[in-house]
Design a protein around this ligand. Structure first.
Ligand code: 13P
Ligand code: SF4
Length: 325
């Protein structure tokens, strides 16, 4: 992308003096990427400077994990949260996988550990375990198959069993339950961002705006999803805007999602209501530069954890993309 294109994108969210300050850092990062043969992946919730300025491939967690499994770069720098960088390491164990801040966590990933999964497997012997990728590598290693918000119902329905242990997001589970005849056994994990939205937010916006399309993430409560026109992964949300002709768009998700889409859909009005993920916001341009410069902070995982977790992530990619991932 040339500088003019980038400036146009950044102008939709930053003041000119902020852009001036960011441009030299963006140039430095892009030079370091080339020097080190590094691939920089950017989740849709990154701030626009990190998203548009320095990420080579952007997308939802499903797509970025597919890309991480296919790259021939020497280094993968993951602009996202810790579980995403771990997933990249699981899929490309021979690569150096870096993240700008190791403490960029996730309330869902923190809601469950390996011992919880083992206890559930004892309680429900023989019942397959599906885990949302928003969990640690140790939890993935105890899992039969992973899923993301883009493929959760598809993964559950791909299994033979009438019962499925579905971890750790109770709201995603209740949304998936509407799309399957299988009985889901759940765990009380929640996304600290999406649990804050209420159906009343949508009712109020519908009263205020005509020609409004409401698009939510399936980590929201099920009455929020029911009151929306569409629910899907972060990339599916963006695709849905492209297909809809509505003038006003209400995104029920993390704030940067709308900030990144404003320049892609300049003819739409984004109704501003959003919640911030404090974990995603730990990834700043400065930390991305330092990560590349000092080749920090590296993701290290136990070999056994990698080989077990790889099976559950690769099975997911196989069901989603129809080939060995
Ligand atoms: P996606 O898989 O939809 O990109 O979402 C990841 C996430 O953390 C949402 O809160
Ligand atoms: Fe985790 Fe929610 Fe943040 Fe996504 S938005 S990383 S699910 S806390």
């Amino acid at each position: 992308m040339d500088n003019q294109d980038l400036i146009q994108k950044l102008q939709t969210v930053y003041f000119p003096d902020e852009i001036e300050r960011k441009l030299p850092l963006i140039e430095e990062i892009n030079r370091l990427k080339k020097e080190k043969n590094a691939l920089v992946l950017g989740h849709n919730y990154m701030t626009p400077d990190v998203f548009h300025g320095v990420s080579d491939i952007m997308g939802d967690s499903l797509y970025l994990s597919k890309v991480a499994s296919e790259t021939d770069a020497d280094i993968i720098l993951f602009n996202g949260v810790h579980f995403m960088a771990e997933t990249a390491k699981i899929l490309s164990p021979q690569k150096k996988v870096l993240i700008g801040d190791l403490s960029a966590g996730c309330s869902l990933a923190e809601s469950i550990n390996r011992a919880d999964v083992i206890a559930l497997k004892k309680q429900y012997p023989g019942v397959p375990v599906v885990t949302y990728v928003n969990c640690s590598a140790e939890v993935k290693a105890e899992t039969d198959i992973c899923c993301t918000s883009a493929n959760a119902a598809q993964i559950v329905n791909s299994l033979e069993s009438d019962q499925v242990i579905f971890l750790p997001d109770e709201y995603l589970a209740s949304n998936v339950q509407k799309e399957t005849k299988k009985k889901l056994i759940t765990h009380p994990g929640r996304c600290m961002v999406h649990e804050l939205y209420k159906k009343e937010d949508i009712d109020l916006a519908r009263k205020q705006f005509d020609d409004l399309v409401v698009i939510s993430h399936p980590e929201c409560k099920d009455d929020v999803v029911d009151a929306s026109d569409f629910a899907g992964s972060t990339s599916e949300m963006s695709n849905f805007i492209g297909k809809s002709e509505a003038k006003n768009v209400m995104l029920i998700t993390e704030c940067s999602m709308g900030d990144n889409l404003r320049s892609k859909f300049p003819d739409r009005h984004f109704v501003s209501t959003c919640q911030t993920c404090p974990h995603m916001k730990k990834i700043t341009l400065e930390k991305v530069r330092d990560a590349l410069l000092k080749e920090q902070f590296e993701i290290h995982l136990d070999d056994e954890v990698i080989s077990k977790a790889q099976l559950s992530v690769r099975r997911m990619l196989e069901v989603s993309y129809g080939k060995k991932g």
